[in-house]
Design a protein around this ligand. Sequence first.
Ligand code: URP
Ligand code: ZN
Ligand code: ZN
Length: 472
Amino acid sequence: MKKIIKNGTIATAADTYQADILIENEKIAMIGKDLPAEGAEIIDAKGAYIFPGGIDPHTHLDMPFGGTTTKDDYETGTIAAAYGGTTTIIDFCLTEKGVPLKKAIETWHEKANEKAAIDYGFHLMISEINDDVLAELPSIIDNEGISSFKVFMAYKNVFQADDATLYRTLLQAKELGALVMVHAENGDVIDYLTKQALAEGNTDPIYHALTRPPELEGEATGRAAKLTEMANGHLYVVHVTCEDAVEKITEARNKGVDIWGETCPQYLVLDQSYLEKPHFEGSKYVWSPPLRDKKNQEVLWNALKMGQLQTIGSDQCSFDFKGQKELGREDFTKIPNGGPTIEDRMSILFSEGVMKERITLNQFVDVTSTRAAKLFGLFPKKGTIAVGSDADIVIFDPKVERAISADTHHMAVDYNAFEGMEITGEPVSVLSRGQFVIKDKQFVGEAGKGQFLKRAKYNAALKPDTGKKLTV
Ligand code: URP
Ligand code: ZN
Ligand code: ZN
């Protein structure tokens, strides 16, 4: 059935204007004034903004990590994402040394199939480069539709790859048309500092932050940028937290290096002091890289505003306080790293960003949706409101005031890192390929309706000669 959204204010990364949107066969069929409504379901969006569905380029659902598995899986995680206005996620597919990459991808499909309520893609972790991996990579991009590879520079003896692996991944990705993503922290020095802290009897959560200082994020970011320059490659730095790293990205971009930066809501609104909360509550705020000194928040907001950072990922990686974060009561290195952020990513950016005039409305759309679509081979199918694009649409009430709380959130996890935070604005209804997934703040979608997205090669969608043509 056709649908028409009327009376709303459309905001894209470029424009803000009033028009009706006609939706037909999962796509946006027309945009205009007073479109003929005959035979269509009318959706009245008076007083609301109409955004393209959010794209969260950084999630970890149903992921084994830190001796346990994330609490939110593809079902709870994608439903919570939809409540928050996100209609596409790109999740990290972990790989194991010596195991074919194809096998890891199959495992990730099994996690998502029949569970995802919104569309999704995968990034692929690269932990080694050898003849087998080199032989598999072309098919990963061309047949599996996975055009971004992730290399960890930290988590020694778990995920960490060496610099030669990063460099060779950059060279291969450049050759094949993929974007390389890095977790940029100096894992070797962190390993030394954590062992030293434990030897001195320092076991509390705050030592997680003290043993991963911002200098080590800046150093690794600069190293990755330099290797990208040498390889003439393409780099995306995930979860940037601090001035040290922003400086390195800015320096490289100013030299013309193709490097992009993502930050996350938690680094924009929380700070290192949260790790000092009593009764082990500090463990709820253990992320890697860690929350930083408050002065970094304005640096990150300015970097988003001025374009030195370009995207917002949630880095959703949730663990219950009870039974999961508690694994590290006696030893901070055993606290599973990560937190629940998928649901509040867009609302926090709108409230703290747009409402507080740190970024514009159009920048908000760009950093929460459009830019990720462009970088990760999904544009213009996803990430904008245009004729021919998927009808992934958020109807957003910019006036409603509410407090974030675990009592009302939809993630499976037993706490909310932003508990009590007063924010303005909330999605009212959300459509995924023309179907309501959230209607009047209630989930009306279905687990398993989300489709796997085979993504275009890096940048290909932006080039008129090679980009995917829209079918209208
Ligand atoms: O603490 C975090 N960020 N957990 C998720 C894994 C990662 O490093 O992104
Ligand atoms: Zn990471
Ligand atoms: Zn992550």
